[in-house]
Design a protein around this ligand. Structure first.
Ligand code: UDP
Length: 472
């Protein structure tokens, strides 16, 4: 008789930073834990997701155990108006998606026993209650960020004032404190930001679930994970690092062919995630820094932006067609024998896995960070927004996997001289040798956590077991 398979539903909110780890979790539940999984995806662009390799069933499975349901995306731009943060827009979209999600669940003949949502999907947890499903939240970030975010929704206004107005570090029980410079936008705008109350609501809902999954692992964050387990009732499940596997089909692309011609660990890869942009002055400094470093580079470039009075990003140059006129005169010609500039997007996991890559200048999005660690690539941390400054601080000060710009100019510009010396330090200089050695240890630690019998592997197994018990 076939063993009972748990059926688990996953709900992914818009944005590659959420979709990629949610799909990776789905595939691991299918391939390693023999679960049946239905993934519900809320996304702006169904066509590009369907045409990508992202929805391919995991290797070795026949595809029947992984079902994907694309939910309609309601464009809420007109309703919320301009000047509303990206996060707020995702939340509003997700709130409107709950109805469609509920309809799909109610129609299912074999209903899932558990629901996993990401941090923006907590409104859907009511559907899990209605249909007697276990409920979990997948924090696609790390334990330190989660502990911080949770703590900020519980503390006294006076403590927030001390931190924001008097710039005192924010103490989080059992964890490293958060420096004022690394605080994310929600707290900085408190108490005037309406999203603070919304945040509170999300974290209350999260605390009442059957568990919090995180894209981290025990050996990477022992202190924060212990603090959470010691102080929280809700079970904590570190299941990472969940990183998208290599797609063989892109290995023969133009970028990969160029990398094939470069010596081992000689190239700095520069990318600011799926949406990060720089000002025009910063793009110019970065170009000069790359040129002056005299090192090889692969730069995924986006047209520069400036913020308008309301804080929204405006694209200065129409560069989405690949026009690179905003780069310094002659930059491309002077660096063509050792640099490749790629507009908008590169196959990042495959790039980081290539033997020629020796360093990653990154915005420290958590997926990019994990992809770098999993491939043993040391980082230059260049955080832009959201929790990226905390990630950069953790990587540089705590874990020893990156360096960070030491002297930010008063206008926030990182100078060409500093960029040049950071690139040389991470790739070639003697000073960077400890970081290069440390990242190899972390790569092994990440692989061990996910291998059979490793900490994250065992926790995923435990989750599948809990779902089976709920069935009976
Ligand atoms: N990514 C990619 N190519 C790019 C830019 C991004 O494949 O040119 C992928 C990257 O590998 C990662 C995700 O998009 O998996 C970005 O997630 P992250 O959390 O790093 O940053 P975000 O884009 O959410 O700020």
């Amino acid at each position: 008789m076939e063993a009972t398979k748990p059926h688990i539903a996953l709900l992914a909110s818009p944005g590659m930073g959420h979709l990629i780890p949610v799909l990776e979790l789905a595939k691991r539940l299918v391939s390693h834990q023999s679960s049946k999984v239905t993934v519900f995806i809320v996304a702006t662009d169904h066509a590009s997701i369907v045409s990508s390799q992202l929805l391919q069933p995991p290797a070795g499975s026949d595809g029947d155990d992984l079902l994907v349901v694309l939910l309609p995306f309601i464009d809420i731009s007109d309703m919320v108006g301009s000047g509303v943060s990206y996060v707020r827009k995702i939340e509003a979209t997700m709130l409107r998606s709950v109805l469609f999600f509920r309809i799909e669940i109610s129609k299912m003949e074999s209903r899932p026993t558990a629901l996993v949502v990401d941090m923006f999907g907590t409104d859907a947890l009511g559907v899990a209650d209605e249909f007697n499903m276990l409920k979990f939240v997948f924090v696609t970030s790390n334990a330190w960020f989660f502990a911080y975010a949770l703590h900020t929704t519980e503390i006294d206004i006076k403590e927030i004032d001390e931190h924001v107005k008097n710039r005192k570090p924010l103490k989080i029980p059992g964890c490293r404190p958060v420096m004022f410079e690394d605080t994310n936008e929600t707290l900085l705008n408190y108490p005037n930001d309406p999203s603070y109350e919304r945040f509170k609501d999300i974290f209350i809902k999260m605390s009442l679930t059957d568990g919090i999954l995180m894209n981290t692992w025990d050996e990477l964050e022992p202190t924060s994970l212990k603090a959470l387990r010691d102080t929280r009732k809700v079970p904590i499940y570190p299941i990472g690092p969940l990183v998208r596997p290599i797609e063989k089909s892109v290995l023969c692309s133009g970028i990969m062919n160029w990398l094939n011609k470069q010596p081992e660990e000689s190239v700095i890869y520069v990318s600011f995630g799926s949406g990060g942009t720089l000002s025009i002055q910063q793009v110019i400094e970065l170009s000069w820094g790359l040129e002056l470093s005299q090192q090889r580079f692969l730069w995924v470039i986006r047209p520069p932006t400036e913020k308008d009075a309301a804080g929204a990003f405006l694209t200065l140059t129409n560069g989405s067609d690949g026009n690179l006129d905003y780069l310094p005169d002659g930059f491309l010609a002077r660096t063509h024998d050792r640099g490749l500039v790629v507009p908008m997007w590169a196959p990042q996991v495959e790039v980081l896995n290539h033997p020629s890559i020796g360093g990653f200048l990154t915005h420290c999005g958590w997926n990019s960070t994990l992809e770098s660690i999993a491939n043993g690539v040391p980082m230059i941390a260049w955080p832009l927004y959201a929790e990226q400054k905390m990630n950069a601080n953790m990587l540089t000060e705590d874990i020893g996997a990156s360096i960070q710009a030491a002297a930010m100019e008063s206008d926030g510009l990182v100078t060409r001289g500093e960029i040049r010396s950071m690139i040389r330090k991470i790739l070639v200089d003697h000073e960077g040798r400890n970081i290069r050695a440390r990242i190899k240890e972390l790569k092994n630690s990440a692989a061990k956590a996910l291998a059979e019998g490793g900490s994250s592997y065992n926790i995923l197994f435990q989750l599948a077991e809990i779902c089976i018990q709920h069935l009976n």
